[in-house]
Design a protein around this ligand. Structure first.
Ligand SMILES: C[S@@+](CC[C@H](N)C(=O)[O-])C[C@H]1O[C@@H](n2cnc3c(N)ncnc32)[C@H](O)[C@@H]1O
Length: 322
């Protein structure tokens, strides 16, 4: 017979692949437990909240007798579960198979917001104990947004960032809308926007891939992104910025040039080198109506999404928005 033990005030962070060291450094000196990319304890941390792939917000430790007993304990908390399990753990696989089936096929990008049911996460600690959370920040298995990829069309894999951002934030450019794409070359983001029927003005010092340079509805403008005069584009509703620059420079430009302009929505990548630029994260977070988080496609980056309307004007937007 299983026993459920609630772990009050404790949470677990699942670090993105490649950012485990950031979590370990940040939590050094704070009592916590760790298994591979999973860190847990009384460790709530505003920076890690931004970078985590998944946050397990309501922790339980469950002691159980058998595989079916474990499945029973988990489903007493909620219906759907996904294991964060080490490769080759057959006991964890058997427990997952004893739980209700969860569809985990790659997401097919439609450009429309998707609503997913809640998904709990669990981890086998030893043969008779699991760590589990029925409430997690992400509705996707281990917080990973995996898409059915287009391997022929886009010039690089950067397009996946926009697919993920639009799917998660619940808003996306509509056909005919005008989008400014700063730091656009070779054109992954421009390709997405063009495919969605938007008109794209793409700014960079380097050209786009040849076919995008010729595409109807795409205009390439050779320019320094931070010298673009937004008042010259009053009809533009979306702004995208994937320029490689210090995040402080991006913040300065966003707060002084973009927010006062007539742009309605923005998607910008904050690119970090080392740990010394994290201070600016709070500045971005304080701009009203923003969403700031780590996309599965982000490396040592965060993505900031902003809307002039609260929550992007979308009732289906991700809860973290705003
Ligand atoms: C990460 S790449 C952008 C990738 C692009 N979003 C895509 O989907 O293909 C960064 C781009 O920023 C451009 N860049 C860097 N500094 C710039 C500046 N001050 N003005 C314009 N473009 C700049 C680089 O030339 C480079 O093409």
């Amino acid at each position: 017979m299983h026993q459920l033990r609630c772990l009050p005030n404790q949470i677990a962070y699942l670090a993105p692949l490649g950012l485990e060291d950031l979590f370990a450094e940040r939590l050094a000196g704070k009592p916590h437990l760790r298994q591979e990319r999973l860190f847990w304890g009384a460790i709530e941390d505003s920076l890690l909240n931004r970078f985590a792939s998944n946050i397990w917000r309501e922790l339980y430790e469950i002691e159980f007798d058998s595989i079916s007993d474990c499945a029973k304990a988990l489903t007493s908390l909620q219906r759907s579960w996904w294991a964060y399990m080490p490769a080759g753990s057959s006991r964890a696989s058997y427990i997952q198979k004893a739980l209700p089936h969860v569809g985990a096929k790659p997401v097919v990008f439609t450009g429309k917001p998707m609503v997913y049911p809640p998904l709990g996460s669990w981890r086998l600690l030893d043969d008779h104990r699991v760590l589990a959370s029925p409430s997690c920040s992400s509705p996707r298995p281990n917080g990973e947004w995996i898409f059915a990829e287009d391997r022929a069309g886009p010039p690089n894999r950067a397009y996946l960032k926009l697919w993920e951002a639009f799917t998660r934030i619940g808003v996306a450019p509509q056909k005919g809308e005008i989008c400014l794409d700063l730091g656009a070359s070779p054109g992954g983001w421009t390709w997405v926007l063009h495919q969605m029927g938007a008109h794209v003005k793409a700014f960079d010092r380097s050209p786009l891939r040849a076919d995008l340079m010729q595409a109807a509805g795409v205009e390439f403008i050779e320019a320094d992104a931070f010298r673009v005069d937004l008042s010259a584009y009053p009809e533009a509703s979306w702004l995208f910025c994937d320029v490689i620059c210090y995040p402080e420079k991006l913040y300065e430009w966003v707060s002084t040039c973009m927010v006062p302009s007539s742009i309605q929505y923005a998607v910008c990548t904050l690119k970090f080198q080392g740990r010394e630029h994290y201070g600016v994260i709070d500045s971005f977070a304080q701009i009203p109506n923003g969403w700031l988080g780590h996309l599965s496609q982000n490396k040592h980056e965060l993505t900031w999404v902003w809307s002039r309307l609260p929550q992007g004007g979308s009732p289906t937007a991700e809860a973290a928005w705003g």
